[in-house]
Write a protein that binds this ligand. Structure first.
Ligand code: FAD
Length: 400
């Protein structure tokens, strides 16, 4: 039986490139298939990367980051009222704003310099088991002992192999714009906005780049259907609420996996290791969106696991990949974030609580000769919305 490579990686995004760099370093013959003209051509991202995993993979001194994120701002909006709090740490170099159309080609170049072969404009349109896995592509069939799936949220390879379907319950829609404002702040600020459309489950974000601002929203697909909000109106609302103006340079929309640890799809099958968005590895806990570091982390682990599996002599026995993921920050952080996933289905978080907070603060700052204790005001506002203090405390505990 002949193979075109030990490992074929489907998708040349962050997960795929990281997997390929690692597999190649392990001495495995490795080929990446990417449907785009170049890596990054098809990638959409709000653009804040936590760099701990990337630092383990490559030297980041010349990485094309936009700005270090040194200021975090949280905006809770209720109608025309809003609560804003900010945290600044000028020394922080934990995360950076990035533009994927610049970042992914940089990482692809690093991979190619180390000897990884990337076949661009190569679309995988089918997969079958055949003493390994054979992939159907526009350039002909290719067979590998191990396939690393890194084809993003729609997980084509898993679907072609009949391992799973996609359901709107496990998806969020992300919409994003890149704007060029007249003036750009020196500070790398990340903003999160909660409560921007009544009844919509999700939040909005903006990140300051070198000369531009990335902004957008991530919302549960089924809440978008039920609230009948048009996707294209979402970014406009975000722009309005965050008071950002300027020329729109780019608009894009993309699905985001939203499974949570308890409903994750399988991350391995015989001859197959699944990484990044394709494996549902994404955290959106209301404070941070993290998919990029989990994609890089899971990709690196898949590259290492491929070597272990092939050394053991049976490429169908791939469970070691899951064991290695469980031992890493990827699954440990997914476990910590598991409660946040149930919160995203909790409408109170997006409607009632922003309203309660704004009303309590409104009353605190109003002097009318009828002052009440803060706790009494809080209980009154909670009751007005047919909630109990116990329910509220329980929800709060979930967030913490
Ligand atoms: C609006 C939005 C905002 C976000 N904000 C953030 C953020 O601020 N921080 C963060 O960490 N994460 C964020 N994310 C999530 C992050 O972008 C993803 O988690 C991350 O890109 C996943 O990487 P990946 O390599 O698994 O998949 P992708 O980046 O989607 O890469 C998949 C690659 O596979 C290729 N491909 C797909 N199908 C095929 C095929 N059939 N044949 C060949 N090639 C194929 C694609 O062209 C692509 O290059 C955001 C996502 C969205 C949509």
């Amino acid at each position: 039986m002949s193979y075109d490579a030990d490992v074929i990686v489907v998708g040349g995004g962050l997960a795929g490139l990281s997997a390929a760099i690692q597999a190649n370093r392990e001495g495995l013959s490795t080929l990446v298939l990417e449907r785009g003209e170049y890596s990054g051509a098809k990638n959409v991202s709000g653009g804040r990367m936590y760099v701990h995993a990337l630092k383990e993979l490559v030297n980041i001194e010349d990485a094309p980051f936009e700005k270090p994120i040194t200021k975090e701002t949280y905006v809770i909006s209720c109608g025309t009222r809003r609560v804003t709090f900010s945290f600044s740490d000028p020394e922080s170099r934990n995360s950076y704003s990035v533009l994927r159309a610049k970042f992914d080609p940089w990482l692809a170049k690093k991979a190619e310099e180390e000897g990884v072969i990337i076949s661009y404009e190569t679309l995988v349109s089918g997969a079958m088991r055949d003493n390994g896995i054979t992939l159907r592509t526009n350039r002909g069939d290719l067979r590998a002992k191990i396939v690393i799936e890194a084809d993003g949220v729609t997980a084509g390879v898993s679907r072609y192999l009949g391992l799973r379907n996609l359901s709107p319950d496990s998806l969020m829609l992300g919409v994003k714009e890149v704007i060029k404002p007249d003036v750009i702040s020196d500070e790398g600020e990340a903003k999160v906005l909660v409560g921007f459309v009544d009844g919509l489950l999700g939040g909005a974000f903006s990140y300051v780049n070198k000369d531009t601002i990335s902004l957008g929203a991530t919302v549960k697909v089924n809440s978008l259907q039920s609230e009948r909000v048009l996707a294209r109106d979402l970014v406009e609302l975000v722009r309005e609420k965050l008071g950002i103006e300027g020329d729109i340079l780019e608009y894009s929309a993309h699905l985001i996996p939203y499974y949570g640890y308890d409903k994750l799809p399988p991350v391995y099958a015989p001859n197959l290791l699944i990484t990044g968005d394709a494996a549902g590895l994404l955290i959106n806990d209301g404070f941070v969106i993290r998919g990029m570091d989990l994609a890089i982390g899971s990709g690196m682990i898949a590259g290492r696991a491929a070597k272990k599996i092939l050394d053991q002599g049976d490429p169908t026995k791939t469970q070691v990949y899951e064991e290695m993921l469980n031992d890493s920050f990827v699954m440990k952080d997914m476990i910590i974030a598991r409660r946040a996933f149930s919160l995203m289905n909790n409408e109170r978080l997006f409607n009632a609580y922003p309203e309660i907070l704004c009303s309590v603060l409104s009353r605190m700052f109003t002097v009318s000769g009828n002052r009440q204790r803060l706790l009494n005001v809080l209980i009154e506002e909670i009751k007005k919305r047919d909630l109990t203090l116990t329910e509220t405390v329980k929800d709060l505990m979930e967030v913490l």
